[in-house]
Design a binder for this molecule. Structure first.
Ligand code: ADP
Length: 475
């Protein structure tokens, strides 16, 4: 495959030096893309800027129609996009298909929301005055997205931005650009006017610098590491750019002694081992109440033993490769640190690295203590450290004792108990008996160093709207 940039309705970039993209399951080259930098990013922003006025003035119904055409084309080409996604990212094909359907659900949702961007009329404090509140698109939006959900992270940002009347410049992760390229080919087929959607990729720091310092960009929306998120905040400070940031997590999963254990195990498997543990909302530390550890472990072990590791394109594979060597080494480091400090490896504990492909066996650790790195940092791999707890207040305090606040999960059948735990958790997303809560109609995002802003739901389109207060004085 040979990728190109999409700027002002044209595929371009042949003149630029290239970067290679590899299949993480085999280490083989998938294709190459242009290594775009400042110049191409500026061109893409200019195109989005020029297209903004006409696009923002289109009736919402018309913007919704373009979005629905794109949505339908994505679903028609679901299998092909999923295969591209698995080849460049590694997740099992069934999960890739799920991601495409999930991406499309955001586009359909925001095609509908486009028609429901309501303002307000507020009673004024003088008889001759009127107060109106208008909602208007922020302007040109730039986005930077990661490799772990190459389709969904783009759809979740682009659909509400376009629905709101914004034009868009996307920068996907250079590890997984071909899914984005396919999505943009379908944008072209859907007939979006020139310049409304643009795609650049290449030298991430140079592209990011232009996006954060351009006068023409009004909003930057980013999903990725907290470290890069902080850098983007600093770079945006001078222009006071409007930012939405979805950053790292360190999700606790709490299993109470009155939980439905089958449900809890199912939730832990779905949250912890999906995408080989490479999601920002992955359960990262599991707290099981004293007294049920043994029965919980029995059920969990059976399920984890049944998980098949391999190339995501093969039938029946549950856990694909880690994205790159760096990730593999990090997971290995976390496990080694835990073992050195006294953890027991119940299952797994090691990986297989060959020919530039890096697989890690699903791993369960017990006898885990708070000083272990696995209990303090996001592992981004298929490792489940398990600790016991005595009381709800103790476990909620432990769950909150982190700089992160993205997702948290707990399992209990008791409504009063669950309500109090939910209220006590300092997290933007809380799953109660639910390991996979994210959907298009609900706001997704984090507290503390996990970011700012929300994607999905009403909040997801609000992020791309300005609020204008109009005060009218009548004669
Ligand atoms: P991850 O650890 O998940 O790869 P990163 O934060 O490194 O997370 O990457 C997320 C996105 O941020 C990717 O598209 C990557 O290319 C981009 N990125 C990385 N460094 C920078 C930077 N200095 N400026 C702008 N974007 C960056």
């Amino acid at each position: 495959m040979k990728g190109q940039l999409f700027i002002n309705g044209e595929w371009t970039g042949d003149y630029i030096e290239t970067m290679d993209v590899f299949d993480p399951a085999t280490g083989e080259k998938v294709g190459s893309i242009p290594k775009a930098g400042e110049k191409e990013t500026k061109l893409a922003i200019d195109a989005a800027h020029d297209a903004f006025k006409d696009w923002s003035l289109l009736p919402a119904q018309d913007r919704a129609s373009y979005l629905m055409k794109w949505h339908d084309l994505i679903l028609e080409n679901k299998d092909e996009i999923a295969e591209i996604l698995t080849k460049e990212m590694g997740k099992p094909l069934a999960e890739a298909k799920g991601e495409i359907a999930y991406s499309a659900s955001f586009i359909a949702w925001y095609a509908e929301e486009a028609k429901r961007i309501y303002g307000r009329t507020i009673p004024a404090s003088a008889p001759n005055k009127r107060i109106q509140i208008m909602k208007q698109p922020v302007g040109v939006v730039a986005s930077i997205t990661p490799w772990n959900f190459p389709a969904a992270m783009i759809a979740r940002k682009m659909a509400p931005a376009l629905a709101a009347g914004c034009t868009f410049v996307a920068k996907p992760a250079e590890l997984t650009p071909f899914t984005a390229i396919k999505l943009f080919e379908l944008c072209e087929e859907a007939g979006f006017p020139k310049g409304v959607v643009n795609l650049v990729m290449g030298d991430a720091p140079s592209i990011g610098r232009v996006m954060t310092t351009s006068d023409k960009v009004r909003k930057l929306t980013f999903t990725g590491s907290t470290e890069v998120g902080k850098l983007l905040i600093q770079q945006s400070a001078n222009k006071v750019h409007n930012l939405s940031l979805e950053l790292g997590g360190h999700a606790p999963m709490i299993v109470c002694d009155d939980a439905d254990l089958d449900l809890a195990v199912e939730g832990v498997i779905a949250s912890k081992f999906r995408n080989a543990g490479q999601t920002c909302v992955c359960g990262n530390r599991i707290y099981v109440q004293e007294g049920i550890l043994e029965s919980f472990m029995k059920k969990l072990e059976v399920k984890v033993k049944g998980l098949k590791v391999g190339n995501g394109l093969e039938e029946g594979v549950d856990i694909g490769p880690l994205i790159e060597k760096k990730s593999y080494e990090k997971v290995q480091r976390h496990v080694e640190d835990a073992v050195a400090k006294g953890a027991n490896v119940v299952i797994g504990g090691n990986g297989v690295a060959n020919n530039d492909s890096y697989f890690f066996h699903p791993t369960i650790l017990t006898n885990v203590t708070d000083d272990m790195v696995v209990m303090q940092e996001e592992t981004f791999g298929p490792v489940a450290p398990i600790q016991t707890f005595k009381t709800d207040s103790e476990v909620v305090a432990k769950a909150n004792d982190t700089r992160f606040g993205l997702a948290a999960y707990f399992f209990t059948e008791n409504y009063s108990r669950g309500t109090k735990i939910a209220e006590g958790l300092e997290y933007g997303i809380v799953g109660w008996n639910d390991g996979v809560p994210a959907v298009a109609q609900a706001p997704f995002g984090g507290m503390k160093e996990s970011g700012m802003g929300r994607e999905g739901g009403m909040e997801g389109i609000e992020a791309f709207l300005e609020t204008k207060f109009l005060s009218i004085s009548l004669k």
